[in-house]
Design a protein around this ligand. Structure first.
Ligand SMILES: C[S@@+](CC[C@H](N)C(=O)[O-])C[C@H]1O[C@@H](n2cnc3c(N)ncnc32)[C@H](O)[C@@H]1O
Length: 244
């Protein structure tokens, strides 16, 4: 099993990921981010915790747009090095730690966010409880993950990652999936949409939004790519509020 952080610490996988992540038409920026920003809403003067913060660019952006503080948790050393360059000059706080083992402070954050990291975590319900503990009462938890249609079965994934159709199989067989992605092996954890939804409710959150971001021509200018993006859902987003 190769954990998410170990995958991002492999030189080749890391280089490929960064190249792909910085391509202007990448699905994170053109499909996931617009909806993530919409659900984030007004974050002025909020204390934000970001689980699996990656290269820190998003943290630097949130700080430049007026959040009160930003704390990133990231377990890949290569990612932490990049994040340090982004966050140190703008006053962001960074912890080189895993989402599972970081010492979560109590009732500290107005907003906990996590973009495309929690499908690498096995015990999602344990993390929901930790997030509940770290949020101030009434605080918001906003998360995006790879869509369960994608995590159910990766046997159709190609080396290049280009998908024209997708087999949904073993949807209700939840748990670990060892997949080949961007030329390397990585373990992801599949669960159903209902598992995310009910897990948040059981951890004492009220779900406020559930989204499967639809591609938008405003962000994807290439028609062929837009038509391909209409075929398969890539992301699931959930926004939830701490109940007490
Ligand atoms: C797909 S990247 C997304 C990075 C960033 N959130 C973004 O949207 O640009 C996933 C990130 O989550 C991190 N990650 C995965 N599992 C983790 C864990 N258990 N603890 C901490 N970080 C983790 C990876 O190292 C990687 O940087």
């Amino acid at each position: 099993m190769t954990s998410g952080p170990d995958f991002y610490d492999e030189q080749e996988a890391f280089t490929r990921y960064i190249q792909r992540r910085q391509r202007p038409d990448n699905p994170n920026d053109t499909i996931e981010k617009p909806v993530f920003m919409e659900l984030l809403g007004d974050f002025h003067n909020t204390a934000i915790l970001d689980l699996g913060c990656g290269d820190g660019r998003f943290g630097a952006e949130l700080l430049s747009k007026g959040c009160q503080s930003y704390t990133g948790v990231e377990a890949s050393k290569r990612m932490v090095n990049l994040a340090q360059e982004q966050l140190t000059p703008v006053g962001g706080v960074l912890h080189h730690a895993s989402i599972e083992n970081w010492a979560y402070p109590q009732a500290t954050f107005d907003l906990v966010i996590s973009r495309l990291a929690l499908h690498y975590v096995e015990d999602i319900n344990g993390i929901f409880t930790l997030v509940h503990h770290a949020l101030k009462p009434g605080g918001k938890f906003l998360v995006s993950v790879e869509h369960p249609v994608i995590t159910s079965d990766n046997s159709a994934a190609t080396e290049t990652g280009i998908r024209y159709n997708w087999i949904v199989d073993n949807y209700f067989v939840t748990g670990q999936r060892d997949v080949r992605w961007m030329g390397s092996q990585v373990s992801k954890f599949h669960r159903t949409i209902q598992d995310y939804f009910v897990g948040l409710q059981r951890a004492n959150f009220t779900i406020e939004q559930l989204r499967e971001p639809h591609p938008q021509l405003e962000f994807i200018t290439d028609n062929e790519l837009y038509n391909r993006r209409l075929r398969i859902p890539l992301f699931l987003l959930l926004s939830a509020r701490r109940n007490d």
